[in-house]
Design a protein around this ligand. Structure first.
Ligand code: ADP
Ligand code: MG
Length: 245
């Protein structure tokens, strides 16, 4: 896991990217996620925009702050959470819905954080939308909501299939991922309208895959993450340089 590029919050917690995920966690905290918005879905307009990467890092960051987190795979078409965490996917959500398996039978602990629980997809079903709109699915969400501090749900993109819209109306809040490299403005607008139509509570958007310059945020974070002595030396050097100028 240490070399896992998708899980930067675990592999390189001092990086600017990990800090950005912590800021996302803080911003969500101010939206009262502990009480009102406990079940949060992360989606975007199209595929490969960064939904799974965002939700997995958010889950790790929340677990690092001692919350009991459940990460639930509801992308039953192209599940990837089990790959990110390198865990078994032979049993998961589909077994709960189609075979009445219990939460205890399908839930796994993240290899690194005992307070981060994961329910993977399980066998890929022929009818993902049917599964997601079933009564059993609603009941399962109610159950996990009562057992965890926060539930994070990964889903397919809004523009290609109905899955995200089905869950959008059930969950407490939705985070919308926008990729600075892939997301097309018109698709994003269509996706947001689709989510609004089903009554989704869109908490906000997260901009990902932004190329940062050394002078921007990245520089700022490194400066403050250094130890006191290095920082003092740098300040002295900077003062000397300013005087020389
Ligand atoms: N914040 C990011 N910065 C750089 N690359 C990213 C970021 N988020 C995702 N990616 C890359 O984009 C690709 C798609 O990411 P993924 O999270 O699987 O997207 P989605 O779940 O929306 O299909 C992967 O190769 C992933 O490594
Ligand atoms: Mg995904």
């Amino acid at each position: 896991m240490k070399n896992n590029k998708s899980l930067i919050t675990y592999s390189d917690p001092k990086s600017s990217a990990a800090e950005a995920y912590r800021m996302l966690r803080t911003n969500l905290h101010y939206l009262n996620i502990d009480k009102e918005n406990r079940v949060i879905m992360v989606t975007s307009s199209n595929m490969a925009e960064g939904k799974t990467t965002t939700i997995c890092n958010l889950a790790v960051t929340m677990a690092q702050s001692n919350k009991d987190v459940l990460l639930l795979e509801c992308d039953l078409r192209k599940p990837r959470i089990h790959r990110v965490f390198n865990i078994d996917n032979s049993i998961g959500l589909t077994n709960v819905i189609t075979e009445n398996k219990t939460l205890d039978e399908v839930v796994k602990s993240s290899p690194e954080y005992s307070n981060l629980s994961i329910v993977t997809c399980g066998p890929i079903p022929p009818d993902p939308a049917e599964i997601l709109q079933s009564i059993s699915m609603r009941n399962f969400i109610e159950q996990i909501k009562s057992e965890f501090d926060i539930v994070l749900i990964d889903v397919p993109p809004v523009c290609s299939v109905a899955d995200a819209s089905i869950l959008g109306g059930i969950v407490d809040g939705v985070i919308f991922v926008i990729s600075s490299q892939e997301t097309n403005v018109e698709s994003a607008k269509t996706a947001v309208k689709t989510l609004e139509k089903v009554g989704a509570n869109i908490l906000g958007a997260v901009l990902v895959k932004v190329k940062l310059s050394r002078r921007g945020y990245y520089y700022y974070y490194n400066y403050y993450s250094e130890d006191e002595n290095t920082t003092k030396k740098k300040r002295k050097k900077h003062r000397k340089k300013t005087t020389d100028d």
